[in-house]
Design a protein around this ligand. Structure first.
Ligand SMILES: Cc1cc2nc3c(=O)[nH]c(=O)nc-3n(C[C@H](O)[C@H](O)[C@H](O)COP(=O)(O)O)c2cc1C
Length: 303
């Protein structure tokens, strides 16, 4: 028997596999297919202060080894989530993480305050959104903005704070260090990579929003490299994601330095992907002779 529990700061997870934000709905769609108590955790769809209907379709496109999406944070708003979705999510028995996204600096703190009196286990700050008052540059692409947002949320929130990093930057470790110095309890990475797909006959972008975020197996080597770089740069736990489809992919991400992993696009291919990944990761770990899955983290062997 392998001990599958992992510790992310003060939060203990049943196992290291978390359903990634935006790929699991608010779980009601998925609960018919699996026992959600078997998951390590669930990160909610990205929540905003006001409800959003998202971008116009077409807003997803398949591409080799992955997909592009420009869903545009469609969600019912954080207050609706707290009243109507969260109570049900908390009955599942795995960790519930509220993923929040702001388009103005102040919105992150306002949402963190609303979550303070709830039983969410952690807050994940999605910093990939454009800062509307700050020239529409993504919050997560500037170390100064990361410091400001993270420290403002820390002032109003006692929840474990995970900072989700965008890969669309020159130095991901610089961004992770900024998050750690401002008080983040963990960093999660990667969000999607900015891409563009064009229909060559019409010469128009396939998606109405022109660009979209690339996810799935195509991004995995980039994600593994970034997780390893960040693991070597910070002391807080790293939660790795990007293209994990199997238990072996999860093991690779953990060897690179992840204490836990998130699974996104794989859920869209197969709703039970997370459960399969947990089972495969458990048997792979058992075969290594390790007593616990947490022993795998950061065991990359140098040439
Ligand atoms: C359809 C779709 C919607 C997403 N929505 C969100 C979101 O609301 N908030 C967020 O932080 N990440 C969102 N993501 C990014 C994923 O959580 C994850 O970081 C990314 O897809 C990489 O993991 P994967 O390759 O396993 O999908 C979304 C991804 C997809 C495919």
């Amino acid at each position: 028997m392998v001990d599958m529990t992992v510790q992310i700061g003060s939060l203990k997870l049943n196992n290291p596999v978390i359903a990634a934000s935006g790929t699991f709905g608010f779980e009601r769609e998925i609960e018919q297919y699996m026992d959600l108590s078997k998951l390590g955790g669930i990160s909610s769809k990205g929540l905003t202060i006001k409800p959003r209907s998202g971008n116009d379709a077409p807003r997803v496109a398949e591409c080799p080894q992955g997909m592009l999406n420009s869903v545009g944070l469609q969600n019912p708003g954080i207050e609706y989530f707290i009243e109507n979705e969260l109570p049900h999510m908390l009955t599942y028995g795995c960790a519930v993480i509220a993923n929040i996204a702001g388009h103005e600096f102040e919105e992150y703190g306002e949402m963190a305050k609303l979550l303070e009196d709830t039983a969410v286990d952690a807050i994940e700050l999605n910093l990939s959104c454009p800062n509307v008052s700050g020239g529409c540059m993504a919050f997560g692409s500037d170390a100064y903005m990361i410091r400001s947002v993270v420290s403002s949320v820390k002032k109003v929130s006692s929840k474990p704070l995970w900072v989700k990093l965008t890969p669309n930057v020159t130095s991901i470790s610089e961004m992770a260090i900024a998050a750690e110095e401002a008080g983040a309890d963990a960093v999660s990475l990667i969000n999607t990579l900015l891409g563009l797909v064009i229909d060559i006959d019409s010469r128009r972008p396939i998606m109405k929003n022109n660009t979209g975020g690339l996810s799935g197996p195509a991004v995995r080597p980039v994600a593994v490299r970034m997780v390893n770089e960040v693991y070597n740069a910070v002391s807080i736990p790293v939660i790795g994601m990007g293209g994990i489809m199997t238990g072996r992919d999860a093991a690779e991400m953990m060897i690179a330095g992840a204490s836990a992993v998130q699974v996104g696009t794989a859920n869209l291919v197969k709703p039970t992907a997370c459960i399969d990944i947990i089972r495969e990761l458990e048997s792979w770990t058992a075969n290594t002779g390790a007593a616990g899955v947490s022993e795998i983290t950061g065991t990359i062997v140098k040439w």
